[in-house]
Design a protein around this ligand. Structure first.
Ligand SMILES: [Mn+2]
Length: 433
């Protein structure tokens, strides 16, 4: 792993939170993600299972975590099962976790090899009353491929048909939405790496640069800081920014255009998610600046508005009302159009068609309890935008924030966002070139 060793206290605490939510004599099992195949004999580097990581810090393929807090034998209350690091395996795939190392990472005393799993599972199954199994219940998950957890659910139901199975996901969504101090530190670390990447781009961008060259600057900065792309970056100059999920990043940034950069580094599996829209030549035109400042006002007001107890849909609606007014001032909506606004048919929809933000953490679009109001410890992105394909540009700005009892904390307050600040940093850099 690329990140520095993390404090095992994080995972010990996370397991304690989950086991305190389980009913008496229940067990829970979480599986690693598959190593996904590509073409021929290729595969994609594993993306650690966020739930397994949350509960154990383990990132290695094929690992299984079994929790049975009321097991008679203390040593069977939390058990980790790993691939046995045989000599042959290590020659071909490199170093694998030893039992000692897995204990250091996770704080779990009992670490066994996978060959011991079937019998250990049987022992626990025969003494437990309910079994919590994991599935991907993200609202927008594209469940087209079976996961290891999915296959495990089928296998359990086949092997132990009379057991009572329950959903682990709602419990984990509830827990993972609320970030602990240790998690917030990791998100801040990811944010700081992203900040470095963005500053590097401010010093690099000039007319004639291709979008993928910006991508290369970012990955260079992220990687040398032990990070990685949290998601495929969107580097969209000019009208490309009006395609919300543009990731071709293969066009030349032209003098006079804006470039929208939606990128974030992760660190220790925790993510960040930034969007900035900057002028290719270091100066906004009057029109670009007017739209930019409008979006910035909405972002800042939306950050302020992200208070404990607010419902996501109300927060979104407040932003839509603000954008309506901005669009009116920009001459993009008429008074009648603004007056005709309803929640079902927002007046701004033609120019601002997406969500205002999402929970963020171990997943970029993180899990959270369905329809729950904002609570202390939630981390959210705030990302209003105005998209003007007829004028050949778009502006989106996005910061990550932490919800607290004392109000929202902007985790990206150190990443330049004021138009004047962006212009002065770009011109400083240009003068040095
Ligand atoms: Mn986002």
């Amino acid at each position: 792993m690329r990140h520095q060793a993390l404090d095992s206290k994080l995972f010990v605490e996370n397991r304690a939170k989950l086991t305190s939510m389980l009913p008496k004599n229940a067990m829970a099992i979480v599986n690693a993600n598959d190593v996904l195949p590509t073409n021929a004999d290729g595969s994609i580097k594993i993306i650690p299972n966020a739930d397994l990581f949350y509960l154990s810090g383990i990132e290695q393929e094929e690992s299984i975590l079994l929790l049975h807090p009321d097991a008679y034998e203390p040593k069977n209350r939390e058990v980790l099962f790993l691939r046995e690091p045989t000599e042959l395996l290590q020659i071909w795939e490199g170093q694998k976790l030893t039992q000692e190392r897995a204990t250091e990472i996770s704080g779990i005393a009992t670490v066994k090899w996978l060959k011991d799993f079937p019998l250990a599972l049987r022992d626990s199954m025969l003494s437990a009353d309910e079994v919590f199994l994991n599935t991907n219940e993200h609202r927008r998950a594209a469940a087209t491929v079976e996961t290891r957890d999915d296959r495990f659910v089928s296998q359990c139901k086949q092997d132990y048909p009379l057991h009572t199975y329950r959903r682990l996901a709602p419990l984990l969504h509830q827990l993972r939405a609320v970030k602990s101090d240790l998690e917030i530190d990791l998100i801040k670390k990811a944010v700081d790496i992203t900040r470095k990447g963005f500053l590097r781009v401010l010093g690099f961008l000039k007319p004639g640069v291709t979008e993928f060259e910006i991508e290369a600057e970012l990955i260079h900065e992220y990687t040398r800081n032990r990070g990685a792309f949290a998601y495929t970056p969107i580097i969209a100059s000019g009208k490309n920014a009006c395609g919300l999920h543009y990731i071709d990043n293969d066009q030349v940034c032209e003098d006079g255009d804006l470039v929208l950069i939606d990128t974030g580094s992760n660190y220790g599996n925790y993510n960040s998610d930034l969007t900035r829209t900057i002028p290719v030549n270091g100066r906004f035109t009057k029109r670009q600046r007017d739209v930019y400042d409008a979006v910035l006002r909405v972002m800042q007001a939306s950050i302020e508005g992200a208070v404990v107890g607010k419902a996501h849909r109300d927060w979104q609606h407040e932003a839509q009302l603000m954008i309506n007014e901005e669009l009116l001032s920009l001459g993009l909506l008429t008074k009648d159009e603004v007056a005709g606004h309803t929640r079902e048919k927002p007046a701004c929809k033609k120019y601002f068609m997406h969500g205002l933000g999402h929970p963020m953490g171990l997943d970029v679009h993180d899990v959270a309890p369905v329809d729950a109001p904002f609570a202390p410890g939630w981390v959210l992105t705030v990302e209003p935008g105005i998209y003007l394909p007829d004028e050949g540009f778009a502006v989106r700005l996005e910061n990550d924030i932490l919800i607290t009892e004392d109000g929202p904390v902007d985790l990206m307050k150190d990443i330049p966002v004021e138009a004047d600040h962006i212009e002065s940093l770009m011109q400083e850099a240009a003068a040095k070139r």
